[in-house]
Design a protein around this ligand. Structure first.
Ligand code: PHE
Length: 342
């Protein structure tokens, strides 16, 4: 009996099995209890020999059960410690962090600079009607500017003869929307995406412009010049800027000027603010009377200046980036190189 139970106790794999052994041996109907009961039928001498032997066996089994129980508990604790351990000396795992895209950063910067000069932000849709993108801006249907814009056209249903919508080719339609929405006076900029079918080192089919529009009782080119100089000084972080207004032509401004910034090329290294070269940065002019009228504003009462600037282009100039396409390739090595990602 002793050998049998000691062996079963030693072999019990877990607490449940051990309890089974305990019941079989020491339970009310267990084998030892039965033997104890048999003592009653024995003679006094027999009982004197068997009684202590049975009691000894009982406490021996009891002790073995307790020992096995705590051994099993120790083993279970060991197993848990093995799976749950934590090496606090391991270096932390780096978590990938995002950062603001350079174009978005530049948009936020220029919005803040113009906000300081009293310009609010206006918006318009990227899928624009033909009228807002062209007609209202004094670009008649046969006007050559329509071809020059390399426009993406949306499809009309079969039999629908209305002119198709376009992906806006510039932010200038927002001029009209702002005039219609708020009337004069106006001071807004309109940063956003524009689209033209073009793709090379300095052109992508989608790019960004910021439009500027100021309308008031006596707005002149002088205020346009001051506004653009202030902007360039702040944006390019220069003490002095010199801008050159070169006579040009846009259907929606009269007179029109393309604006160049003084710069130098030193061993292929562009330096803004000084030197003997000029770099074109934007188009501008006084808002054409036809355009004011299309926006519901009386040109006899109000004048305005407007400008349009390529955001990607000024970002390239500020950060010395040679290839525009890189902005849209999400190449982390490139972003890191220019300090745009951690
Ligand atoms: N819309 C013109 C362009 O995309 C830029 C411009 C805006 C010129 C406003 C004059 C006034 O080239």
């Amino acid at each position: 009996l002793r050998a049998k139970y000691l062996e079963q106790i030693g072999a019990a794999p877990d607490a449940a099995a051990l309890e089974g052994v305990r019941l079989a041996a020491l339970g009310k109907k267990g084998e030892i209890a039965l033997k104890m009961r048999e003592l009653g039928q024995m003679s006094a001498e027999e009982r004197q020999a068997a009684g202590p032997a049975l009691n000894g066996l009982k406490s021996e089994i009891d002790a073995a059960l307790k020992a096995r129980k705590s051994a099993l508990e120790d083993a279970a604790l060991d197993a848990r410690l093995k799976t749950e351990w934590l090496d606090v000396t391991l270096p932390g795992r780096p978590r990938p962090t995002g950062s603001i895209h350079p174009i978005s950063q530049v948009m936020e910067e220029l919005t803040a600079i113009f906000a300081d000069m009293g310009f609010a932000v206006a918006e318009g849709p990227q899928v624009e009607s033909d009228w807002f993108n062209f007609d209202a801006l004094n670009i008649a249907p046969e006007h050559p500017a329509r071809q020059e814009h390399d426009t993406f056209f949306m499809h009309r249903a079969e039999g629908d003869d209305r002119p198709p919508h376009v992906l806006r080719t510039h932010t200038s339609p927002v001029q009209i929307r702002a005039m219609q929405a708020q009337g004069a006076p106006i001071r807004v900029i309109a940063p956003g995406r524009v689209y033209r079918m073009d793709m090379d080192q300095t052109h992508t089919p989608m790019f960004h412009q910021v439009e500027g529009l100021a309308i008031d009782r006596d707005i002149s080119m002088a205020q346009l010049k001051w506004t653009l100089e202030e902007f360039c000084r702040a944006f390019f972080e220069l003490d002095e800027v010199e801008l050159r207004f070169r006579a040009s032509h846009f259907p929606f401004t009269e007179p029109s000027a393309e604006v160049d910034i003084r710069c130098s090329w030193d061993n292929g290294q562009l330096k803004l603010g000084e030197g003997n070269d000029w770099l074109e940065i934007l188009g501008s002019g006084m808002v054409h009377p036809h355009v004011l009228r299309a926006g519901g504003i009386d040109p006899d009462q109000w004048q305005g200046f407007a400008f349009g600037m390529g955001i990607d282009r000024i970002a390239m100039l500020k950060y010395g980036i040679p290839d525009l396409r890189a902005f849209f390739e999400s190449d982390l090595r490139w972003l890191r190189h220019y300090g745009f990602a951690a």
